[in-house]
Unconditional design. Structure first.
Lengths: 161, 495
């Protein structure tokens, strides 16, 4: 398990093979300190599965790590604007061709086909229109349908009246 | 014209608008519609009579009743509802009686049980003798309307510890499903279906349409920039609310919401850094990360003004302009482009400093403190009401999320997302007692102990769609609405 956390800590995902299916949140929690002890509840994927998340701290992640758990399992890690150890082209070359390119929204900007999904590698890269990495999702290897149903997050905020 | 004829004209006209068969109208009744009604009747006196029924200043206030032509006519003393009456107005009446704990069958048919329930309500409200006759008349309609204004009946149902959570829910009839569909639909329909004729110049203005739009747009940007940017203090820690302050307010928001809906669902409190974030920081990072995002943000701000600012809508109205139509779009496009370019820095500053955005149980908000203790009290009360709304979001059952995501935004999707959430948040808010203890907790160091209850509490900002949500609840009942939202029983809001 430590090599998984090491990859997160070193921000090098060229050899990433996904979170183990039985990854324990407690292990992640022990490795990466919390920003706050408070825990939030949210929904994952088109199936709107209930999951809980905390925000954790790690070097190279200026917006921190958002770690989602279901029961005791760590099911998803999200990082916004991570500082990779490699260039993005080096990472994409290592990951190969994505299984799907999905749309996402960055603030009020719609980014068509910006999410490079590698479900078999347990990673999704949210690539901006200028080719920069805006967000990163890490999860257990799965097929595309499972990613869409249970791991994909949406970020569609509306301005308050 | 007899009142019955007036109501018939109104109903007929509404049916032409695609509205409900029973006088239930959409959110918008325009002056144009009243004129159309006058024209339909061929009698200028009709306008006054129609306005007597709806929009005359003597209208029902509760959204579950408001705008239903029949119930408005009852309230105006133009008719009554009694045994033998049928249709949606009767359904709404029966559902209100049921929600107010006066046993009532909800079937759209005013029979003996409905009469008895009306009579019981009248008696409970102090009407005696012949006044308690089981007939829905103006006085009874007024009392029933007042009964729901603070949402006490709905809170009583939500918090009744003796009641199973799905007790009193019911399957909707096809007619009720159609009425629900109409209630949650916010699509605007043009009166009569025809678009207005565009006039680039009008007699009352020396400037053509596009010049007026450009000037209004620039004035609005200047005003927003002044209000949201230049009037704000420097972003030093002393001028920003801290995490502990925000979490204190958020914790109480959870507590007061759980006190109402805790039997249905509870969740973790919202917390700063977790699901409450600093909007300025978030948007600054998003804009900095992508020039295209900055371009989109600047354009977004201008488009929002063009489409929603009151002064621009008024110019459109005066010129008969429809911005999406080719002629008007051709005039606006170069103005839009020029303004975005010329005022980009101000637009991005406005975007970073916009008060708040939210969704999915997360909030981005500004942490600026105000210049005075009173201003800071207002900021904290607004934070409190916003977090109540967002906390209610987190209590939404996943099945309800899936259900409303399947509806188009203007055909129920947005009403079920933000409107219903705001309706439940209002149920919480309207039950609060703004006593010294609550004020001290929310206002913290800005609480005025010498005049502890003197500060006027600012009313919460609400999405307009909460009105549609309450109208829907008037048809389906609050038990169905809560079971659907909190327990995922979306079969009870099928439409």
């Amino acid at each position: 398990m430590s090599e998984v956390w090491d990859a997160v800590a070193t921000r090098d995902f060229r050899d990433w093979r996904g979170l183990p299916r039985d990854a324990r949140y407690a292990d992640f929690d022990a490795r990466f300190p919390r920003l706050t002890d408070a825990e939030a509840r949210g929904l994952l994927g088109s199936a709107n599965e209930i999951a809980y998340y905390r925000v954790h701290l790690a070097e190279g992640y200026p917006q921190h790590l958002k770690a989602w758990r279901q029961d005791t399992r760590l099911v998803l890690i999200e990082a916004t604007l991570p500082v990779l150890a490699t260039t993005l082209p080096e990472l994409t070359a290592a990951l190969g061709e994505p299984a799907a390119l999905l749309d996402f929204r960055w603030d009020v900007l719609d980014v068509p086909e910006g999410v490079h999904v590698h479900p078999d590698r347990g990673i999704a890269l949210f690539v901006g229109p200028e080719g920069q990495l805006l967000r990163l999702s890490l999860f257990a290897p799965c097929d595309l349908a499972e990613y869409m149903a249970t791991r994909r997050t949406t970020d569609r905020l509306v301005e308050r009246p | 014209m007899a009142p019955e004829r007036t109501a018939a004209v109104a109903r007929s006209a509404q049916r032409k608008d695609g509205q409900g068969e029973d006088g239930q109208r959409g959110r918008f009744v325009s002056a144009e519609r009243v004129l159309a009604l006058q024209g339909a009747a061929g009698n200028s006196a009709v306008g006054a009579l129609v306005q007597r029924t709806v929009g005359d200043g003597h209208d029902l206030r509760g959204n579950r009743f408001k705008g239903n032509v029949t119930l408005e006519a009852v309230y105006d003393g133009e008719r009554t509802l009694q045994r033998g009456a049928t249709g949606l107005p009767v359904t709404i009446l029966q559902q209100a009686l049921a929600d107010a704990a006066f046993a009532s069958t909800v079937n759209g048919q005013f029979g003996p049980r409905t009469r008895d329930a009306v009579r019981a309500f009248q008696t409970a409200k102090g009407m005696t003798g012949a006044a308690a006759n089981g007939v829905l008349n103006a006085a009874t309609m007024d009392l029933l309307d007042q009964h729901f204004l603070g949402h006490a009946p709905e809170r009583a149902i939500a918090t009744d510890p003796t009641r199973a959570l799905t007790d009193g829910t019911r399957a909707l009839s096809p007619a009720e499903q159609a009425a629900l569909r109409a209630a949650v639909t916010t699509e605007q329909r043009a009166p009569g279906g025809a678009l207005p004729t565009f006039h680039q110049t009008i007699a009352s203005s020396p400037d053509p349409y596009e010049v007026r739009i450009r000037d209004a747009l620039n004035a609005d940007i200047t005003a927003q920039h002044t209000r949201l940017v230049t009037s704000r203090p420097p972003r030093t820690p002393a001028n920003l609310m801290g995490a502990a302050e925000i979490d204190r307010v958020a914790g109480r928001a959870k507590a007061v919401t759980d006190a109402v809906f805790g039997r249905y669902q509870t969740g973790p409190a919202l917390a700063f850094g977790l699901n409450i974030r600093d909007q300025f920081d978030v948007r600054s990072a998003e804009i900095a990360a992508s020039p295209a995002a900055a371009d989109a943000a600047a354009a977004w701000r201008v488009d929002k003004l063009l489409q929603g600012e009151d002064d621009i809508k008024e110019i459109d109205r005066q010129h008969g302009a429809v911005q999406s139509r080719a002629a008007e779009a051709a005039l606006i496009a170069p103005i839009r482009t020029a303004v975005i370019a010329a005022r980009r820095a101000e637009l991005l500053a406005i975007h970073r400093n916009w008060p708040a955005s939210a969704g999915g149980g997360e909030i981005n908000l500004q942490r600026y403190r105000g210049p005075t203790a009173a201003a800071n009290r207002n900021i904290l009360w607004r934070l409190f009401s916003t977090v109540i709304h967002e906390y209610v979001h987190t209590l939404e059952h996943p099945t309800h999320v899936t259900f409303r995501e399947a509806q188009a935004a203007q055909r129920g999707g947005f009403v079920l997302r933000e409107g219903m959430t705001d309706y439940f948040a209002k149920m919480v808010w309207d039950g609060l007692t703004f006593d010294t203890a609550l004020r001290a907790h929310i206002e913290g160091t800005f609480h005025d102990a010498a005049n502890p209850t003197a500060h006027p509490i600012p009313p919460p900002a609400r999405y307009d769609e909460w009105i549609n949500a309450e109208r829907a609840v008037g048809i389906i009942g609050v038990r169905n609405a809560m079971a659907a939202f909190f327990l995922g029983r979306t079969d009870l809001i099928r439409m």
